[in-house]
Design a protein around this ligand. Structure first.
Ligand SMILES: [Zn+2]
Length: 178
């Protein structure tokens, strides 16, 4: 399946330069995704950061733990931000995540007016990996975040974190096959 490119998007194999601060937060997302994997959940983790680069909140996938297929970390961070931040603070925030938002989380991000997104792996990569491993498509069509929220700035994918996430997802697949 071809995933359309957002207007801020690059090709699925394109990579972006990010700051040392961005790298710290992406590394944490990979760690949270790995923790989710170890909890028996899908390997996704996200961090909400304020305008000064300070971590406000973290979340990881809890689909299996909560028996809730919508228990995605990006949606949890939206809920956190709406409860605690002003619209201006939300707009100035950055969401780091191990994998680019699904359309549900993308829409929530847009309605909440959150700021920039930096994702280790792009939506296109996630779809490509699933397909390459012979997995059926999920029930929701993957697409770049900018297809859902045109004005949000998205940086994805980011090396080497995308390759690290590919390995974490491969481990998740091996678990389900084992
Ligand atoms: Zn989602």
């Amino acid at each position: 399946m071809t995933v359309p490119q957002g207007r801020h998007g690059s090709g699925p194999r394109g990579h972006h330069q990010v700051s040392a601060v961005d790298e710290v937060h992406l590394r944490r997302c990979v760690a949270l995704a790995t923790q989710a994997l170890e909890n028996g959940d899908d390997p996704f983790g996200s961090v909400l950061v304020d305008a000064d680069g300070a971590v406000l909140a973290e979340a990881m996938n809890r689909e299996a733990s909560d028996r809730d297929p919508t228990a995605h970390p990006e949606l949890e961070l939206v809920r956190w931000a709406i409860a605690r931040l002003t619209p201006a603070q939300r707009a100035a925030s950055t969401v780091y995540t191990s994998g680019e938002h699904c359309p549900m989380c993308a829409a929530a991000h847009g309605w909440a007016g959150l700021g920039r997104v930096v994702a280790a792996a792009s939506a296109g990569q996630l779809a490509e990996w699933r397909a390459s491993w012979g997995l059926p498509p999920g029930p929701v069509t993957p697409m770049p975040l900018t297809e859902v929220v045109p004005d949000v700035v998205v940086i994805a994918p980011v090396a080497p974190f995308d390759a690290e996430m590919r390995e974490v997802h491969r481990r998740a697949l091996a678990r389900t096959e084992g």
